[in-house]
Ligand binder design. Structure first.
Ligand SMILES: NC(=O)c1ccc[n+]([C@@H]2O[C@H](COP(=O)([O-])OP(=O)(O)OC[C@H]3O[C@@H](n4cnc5c(N)ncnc54)[C@H](O)[C@@H]3O)[C@@H](O)[C@H]2O)c1
Length: 334
């Protein structure tokens, strides 16, 4: 039995679908919050209907119910993808991040420890690299300079996980996702917002005058990486040395991986791919860099390739095209 939190979310729903196809039994939880369109979350749950899928509407902050859930379903693997996501919203509503990402994650760790979970895989983020500019970003780099509270909560999650791996031997794998996109994607993210605005004949907002780069990663590549890791709980790294501590591993069963496309794309090229697929030229409103945003992201994925043969396969053109096909079908746009 695999527990997936945030199962009505973008990444969680895709992971659940793939694992159901592979014959696993899934218990999924989500609080179905209204950070973005609730109907989209419910429709994602709709495509997960299956006799091996159980859903419970539940909040990670509710430690008692989380504990009951573990007692009832006895999962052996936990894939923790629930969180308050989004960099920009963390400037408007910082408390939501502490509640969901810190208190919520704490309850998951406690339950994993008490119920002797075989492997906890949890979502971190490329945003932990914050003010770093050395590219590509490596899990061996120091990440002590976050530029948003969202990033700080994700880094805090990694620290909390290490403590549990050390104290209780809980095998934990933290995944730093790099700008995930694809069908059923999030309405607060660039691809969704741009596609919607262009189709409605509205201008798109281009931050930092377009001078940004993102390592956009297609959802199927992300799912492939997660699925391959399930049967690879980390062992302690025998070469780990406290004199020269490697931030990406530990003597304890703890590991961090970047999971990205390893190919940063200029924001303007990303927009061109959308325009080309839609056959419409976007009206652009150029704006300054937003607080909390970083100029570029670029994932070093060597560790993940070595561990499980991870290799992203989807080009930006193919991925954008698949998203737009889904968007038009879902919203019944010609
Ligand atoms: N999508 C990306 O590009 C990206 C990048 C980096 C990291 N991440 C991380 O990956 C994970 C999944 O992201 P996503 O894009 O699928 O986001 P999402 O918002 O679509 O999914 C998260 C889901 O978790 C649920 N949720 C939020 N707080 C909860 C709580 N306290 N208890 C129970 N459910 C709760 C939400 O209702 C939502 O359905 C998150 O941890 C996110 O921070 C995503």
């Amino acid at each position: 039995m695999i527990l997936i939190t945030g199962v009505a979310g973008f990444i969680g729903s895709h992971v659940a679908k793939r694992l159901l196809e592979e014959g696993h039994t899934i218990i999924g939880i989500d609080n179905i919050n209204d950070y973005y369109n609730v109907k989209l979350k419910k429709d994602r749950l709709h495509f997960l209907q299956h006799n091996r899928f159980t859903f419970e509407q539940l909040e990670r902050e509710d430690g008692e119910r989380i504990n009951e859930l573990f007692t009832t379903y006895r999962p052996s693997i936990v894939i923790d993808l629930a969180a308050q996501a989004g960099v920009r919203y963390s400037l408007e509503n910082p408390h939501a991040y502490i509640n969901s990402n810190i208190v919520g994650f704490m309850n998951i760790l406690e339950a994993c420890q008490q119920h002797e979970i075989e492997h906890l895989i949890y979502a971190s983020s490329s945003s932990v690299y914050g003010a770093n500019t050395k590219m590509p970003f490596s899990v061996r780099d120091n990440v002590d300079h976050p530029v948003s509270l969202y990033a700080a909560t994700k880094k805090a999650n990694e620290l909390m996980a290490h403590t549990y791996s050390h104290l209780y031997g809980l095998p934990s794998t933290g995944l730093r996702f790099f700008t995930v996109y694809g069908p059923w994607g999030r309405p607060d993210m660039a691809l969704f917002r741009f596609t919607k605005a262009i189709l409605e004949g509205k201008p798109i907002q281009v931050y930092n005058n377009g001078k940004m780069k993102r390592d956009f990663t297609y959802i199927d590549d992300i799912v492939e990486g997660i699925v391959r890791l399930i049967d690879h709980p980390p062992q302690g790294n025998l070469d780990w040395n406290g004199e020269k501590p490697d931030p990406g591993s530990s003597y304890a069963p703890y590991k961090l991986y970047n999971i990205g496309n390893n190919t940063p794309v200029k924001l303007m090229d990303f927009i061109t791919a959308i325009e080309k697929k839609l056959g419409i030229s976007a009206e652009k409103e150029y704006l300054p860099l937003q607080d909390g945003d970083v100029l570029a992201t670029y994932a070093d994925i060597e560790d993940l390739s070595e561990a499980v043969g991870y290799k992203p396969r989807t080009s930006i053109e193919d991925g954008v095209s698949k998203f737009i096909d889904w968007y038009k079908a879902y919203y019944k746009v010609e």
